[in-house]
Design a protein around this ligand. Structure first.
Ligand SMILES: [Mg+2]
Length: 323
């Protein structure tokens, strides 16, 4: 891009987000200089959103700015860390000032809300893609990992599952659903569970964020921990709209496999239920036990009658993200 175009982009991202005392040098030099306080570990994550793959062409730039950061915040939350610094790489077909203004507004507002400072970035011309690298801080040794689950742990999730997936079906395929606006909000403006991740430090044995669907992400956690799990279908926390959809279709794709919810899935050691309830109350966010870690490997989903639920192939073909 030309110098003028770079200047244009700078305009929307100068002084973006919080001002942090541990930023020695932010935007404007060859690289940022960041001070990790003694006794803290640095946590780093990178996510890319590509137009047509991760978001629909024509998506609101303000919502995209929000989501580009939210998906990385969710990974930081899943580590039990506090977000601190972001860098942003934008690939754009052209530097459209309206689009940039909207994107910058959504991105920088969410940065401010979480005490994150934008400390650098890069812009290139090409098909629209948004990459955010986010760094966070966690007390040394206290990070939550996927590998800590133990047999007998309760499998728990934050919030509700399936709203973003059902929102995608409503938006992309015109599926008739209840609370279309609420589902659309869950899809386009996810709220990363940063407070929950922080509160789960020293409480949860293992954690992961639900970006690819409960079954897939819990599967990663089980693999890392070398354990198995059962999930109880009737315990899954569902919004009224998702509950109605599941009841009408008998298809559990949205809450089990759709992804994009950015809730946390974590495992709670036996005897810590009281602390979980206290944490849920202080967060104002439901923390729901949905299953149990088993010594036997594999992931089984059980119906209320104790029978195993097996997702129908037809359901996946019809409703799957690749349909
Ligand atoms: Mg993740």
């Amino acid at each position: 891009m030309t110098l003028t175009e770079f200047g244009l982009i700078d305009r929307f991202f100068s002084r973006c987000g919080a001002r942090r005392p541990d930023t020695v040098l932010g935007v404007g030099d060859d690289a940022a200089l960041l001070r990790v306080p003694p006794g803290m570990d640095l946590v780093a994550t990178l996510d890319t959103l590509v137009e047509g793959v991760h978001f629909l062409p024509g998506a609101s730039p303000e919502a995209l700015g929000h989501k580009a950061l939210a998906v990385s915040l969710s990974d930081i939350a899943a580590m039990g860390a506090d977000p601190a610094w972001a860098t942003l790489a934008l690939t754009l077909p052209a530097p459209d000032p309206d689009w940039l203004e909207g994107f910058g507004a959504g991105f920088c507002a969410l940065c401010r809300a979480h005490g994150v400072e934008l400390v650098g970035g890069d812009t290139t011309r090409g098909p629209r893609a948004l990459s955010v690298e986010l760094k966070g801080l966690v007390p040394t040794g206290a990070a939550l990992r996927r590998s800590g689950a133990r047999p007998g742990d309760r499998v728990c999730v934050t919030g509700t599952l399936g709203d973003a997936g059902l929102g995608l079906l409503a938006l992309r395929d015109g599926l008739a659903v209840g609370d279309r606006d609420g589902l659309r909000r869950r899809l386009e403006r996810p709220e990363a569970r940063v407070g929950a991740g922080r509160g789960l430090r020293g409480l949860a044995n293992a954690a992961i964020d639900v970006s690819d669907g409960l079954l897939a992400d819990l599967g990663h956690l089980l693999e890392a921990s070398a354990v198995g799990a059962v999930v109880w279908l009737d315990r899954l926390p569902l919004s009224a709209a998702v509950r109605r959809h599941v009841q009408e279709t008998g298809d559990w794709w949205a809450p089990l496999a759709a992804g994009d919810d950015y809730e946390l899935c974590f495992t709670l050691p036996q005897g810590r239920r009281g602390e979980l309830e206290a944490l849920g109350g202080s967060l104002g966010c439901p923390l729901t036990p949905v299953g149990e870690i088993t010594r036997e490997p594999g992931l089984r989903v059980l119906r209320p009658d104790g029978g195993e639920y097996r997702p129908s192939r037809r359901g996946y073909e019809h409703f799957g993200p690749d349909a």
